[in-house]
Design a protein around this ligand. Structure first.
Ligand code: PMP
Length: 442
């Protein structure tokens, strides 16, 4: 007989694969066996063997967590303080229906056909006007409409990053961005969380690794609400310009400020054409619109247009048309004024409840905007393990390790205060309190 020497890890990994596909039987006290089904199916099945045909890919960290969290938000009776979404009961659906009714007659059949990849021109124009008022000098030619800002993250990385390239992120940061970079084979360098911006570490990374891109959420960062101040923004642009470093500025939350308005965007200080600005209507209106946009240098925009064409030809025309009407008729501004009030109150209620019931158990900062309170457990409890306990009590949050490119931190977690009303938030925090108590006792 032929004998092959196989490492223990290889054998374990092979068993894990088989287990995932349901081919392993575990017999208590006896051992782990590969089921007969494996032999049978693989001998007789004429089904196409998809797993063998798929090209190799890099499994990003926490690959399934985002989709799991999105699905879990719909479980009955569970209080989800996880997914960062606006409160659905405030979606301006009635206004969208009214606009649809009032203006549908103005559309010609061809408006339901294809439009240019770059997006519906009137909406691009409206967005460019809005941005110019916010200090971002741009022409509608430099704006592309996207199917959500997630698409912008992917497209930007797709056209810039080759496997092995370095991308810098601030940590903690948005899981969906880390995953995109990792999936495209990037090596992700982290800037640690500090009170100030870690300029000397950034400069060290720039000199050593010549990264392709710096990804950042300068305003009310997901997950910890951090803000880069104006002075640091200017300094960051200077440094980036010196190294010709591209910056991907992701800005979904800046309209949700609960104290003074936040500093102007990084893009508004861009004097070297290197900032790619990305925003979305998923937080300001509703994620189901699937509309976001990017403003960038024309050379980048034309390449992004090409890549977007490969993916979806263009984003949904009807959403774009309705959104344009919504903004032009002044509804967006009104909606934002209302929602700032709603979310500010929820932030305060959540912060007060945490202060009251959990002060000795967790530490946190009150964010000046955005959707999240970032917490740190004082005792030696892992937030992932705590989540298992809180899920039993019907309350969920996102464990902190999801926001790091390299595993390590596990005492942090993110609570989202936007989705539920004050009463539900209070119930959620009370359940969380009980879960921590129980965990400590157990
Ligand atoms: N960037 C950040 C920082 C986010 O928090 C999100 C949504 N959670 C996105 C991008 C993606 O949003 P969308 O694709 O819905 O626009």
């Amino acid at each position: 007989a032929l004998l092959f020497k196989v490492s223990r890890t290889t054998a374990i990994n092979a068993y894990r694969h088989l287990e995932k596909d349901g081919y392993v039987n575990i017999k208590n006290g006896s051992g782990t066996y590969v089921s007969d089904r494996y032999a049978l199916e693989n001998k007789t099945s004429n089904e196409i063997p998809w797993p063998q045909l798929l090209k190799p890919h890099i499994q990003p960290s926490m690959a399934s967590l985002m989709s799991e969290l999105m699905v879990s938000s719909f479980v009955e009776d569970k209080i989800s303080l996880d997914a960062g979404m606006p409160d659905p009961s405030y979606y301006p659906i009635d206004i969208f229906s009214k606009l649809h009714r009032d203006y549908l007659g103005e559309l010609a059949p061809r408006d339901f056909g294809h439009i240019p990849v770059q997006g519906y021109e009137p909406l691009r124009h409206t967005i460019a006007q809005m941005l110019n008022l916010e200090g971002i000098k741009c022409h509608s030619n430099e704006v592309i409409i996207l199917s959500g800002s997630q698409q912008g993250l992917y497209l930007t990385a797709k056209v810039l990053v080759e496997p092995g390239d370095y991308v810098i992120v601030q940590t903690p940061t948005y899981l969906g961005a880390i995953q995109v970079f990792q999936a495209l084979g990037a090596r992700v360098l982290s800037l640690p969380q500090r009170e100030d911006f870690s300029f000397e570490i950034l400069e060290d990374y720039l000199a050593r690794y010549r990264p392709k891109l710096l990804y950042c959420i300068p305003t009310f960062r997901n997950p910890n609400g951090a803000v880069i101040n104006t002075e640091e923004r200017k300094k960051l642009i200077q440094l980036a310009a010196r190294y010709r470093l591209a910056i991907l500025e992701d800005d979904p939350y800046s309209k949700y400020y609960y104290e003074d308005p936040p500093p102007m965007s990084l893009k508004s200080f861009d004097n070297y054409g290197g900032v790619v600005y990305l925003s979305t209507f998923s937080k300001t209106l509703m994620p189901g619109l699937r509309l976001g946009y990017m403003v960038a240098h024309p050379s980048l925009i034309s390449r992004i247009i090409l890549e977007k064409q490969y993916i979806d030809l263009h984003s949904n025309n009807i959403s774009q048309w309705l959104l344009d009407l919504f903004i032009k008729e002044g509804y967006l501004e009104k909606h934002l004024i209302k929602m700032r009030g709603v979310y500010k109150n929820r932030r305060n209620v959540m912060a007060d409840a945490l202060n009251l019931g959990l002060k000795s158990k967790i530490s946190f900062n009150i964010p000046k905007g955005g959707f999240y309170i970032w917490c740190r457990i004082i005792d030696n409890i892992s937030s992932r393990k705590l989540l298992q306990e809180t899920l039993k009590m019907g309350v969920s949050f996102v464990p902190g390790e999801a926001f790091y490119a390299v595993a390590g931190e596990d005492k942090d977690f993110r609570l989202c205060f936007s989705q539920h009303n004050e009463k539900v938030i209070l119930e959620g925090i009370s359940r969380l309190e009980k879960a921590i108590e129980k965990f400590k006792k157990g």
